[in-house]
Design a binder for this molecule. Structure first.
Ligand code: F6R
Length: 234
């Protein structure tokens, strides 16, 4: 793992933006994308730039189960608002939160991932060290799965909803095996609330109880931190 520490999230995000620039220049065509607060600055840098994604494919990590694509808090809405409406891609994919045949939806997404191997994958990290929505204890063998969100994740995401009861309790997520197949992974973590998860990811043992720690076994991971998220590193 390559670790890069910046004073602020904005500075770190600017560097990640340059990684996108570089990746496109080197012929990358397929991008794995995340939602949440963490990549917002990155997406702002991308939409303000003249980078051209019109030949690129985007596959998102996850979607809440039970939310329609046009629900204000669905990840489809988030991506349209922060990126796709301003920076067109050739094609974009995200799990269908309203899929009634769950197995068929998992198979559909796995086929998409097989057909579109990810060149550059963006990850955030949960306070419990989840990546995507692969919560502690997720198997490293999993491909796309329907996940029961933990209380920690539901509480952390309640800020986006009117009340904690409105937060979906399940989500579709690319699995750990799918994420590990990406050629290059950039994990971003900002703020003090991520400091313990970051320490466990980088300095702790590799264990499914700390899903992000599996990234220690990936050959091409760069971690972008602000100083608060890096504050517990030794
Ligand atoms: C979102 C995702 C999650 C988030 C994580 C951090 O697509 O896969 O793993 O990256 O929950 O969320 P924020 O950035 O809101 O702190």
């Amino acid at each position: 793992m390559d670790i890069k520490i910046f004073d602020t999230a904005k500075e770190a995000s600017k560097e990640v933006f340059h990684e996108f620039e570089q990746a496109l220049a080197n012929g990358a065509t397929t991008f794995g994308l995340a939602t949440g607060s963490t990549p917002e600055d990155l997406y702002e840098y991308i939409t303000a730039s003249d980078l051209d994604f019109s030949d690129a494919t985007a596959l998102n990590l996850d979607e809440y189960y039970g939310l329609s694509a046009d629900h204000p808090e669905s990840y489809a809405t988030f991506m349209n608002k922060h990126l796709f409406s301003k920076k067109p891609f050739k094609e974009t994919f995200i799990p269908n939160g309203l899929a009634t045949d769950v197995e068929a939806e998992l198979a559909r997404y796995n086929t998409l991932l097989d057909e579109h191997p990810i060149d550059l994958q963006i990850l955030g990290i949960g306070q419990n060290a989840h990546i995507g929505f692969n919560e502690p204890g997720s198997s490293r063998e999993t491909k796309t799965q329907l996940v029961d969100l933990t209380d920690s994740t539901i509480q952390a995401n309640a800020r986006f909803f009117d009340s904690v009861e409105d937060v979906p309790t399940q989500a579709f997520s690319m699995g750990l095996a799918s994420i590990m197949q990406s050629k290059h992974i950039l994990l971003l973590a900002f703020g003090e609330s991520k400091a313990q998860a970051v320490k466990d990811m980088i300095e702790g043992p590799v264990t499914e109880d700390v899903p992000a720690s599996l990234l220690q076994e990936h050959p091409n991971v760069t971690v972008y931190l602000d100083s608060a998220a890096a504050s517990l590193l030794s």
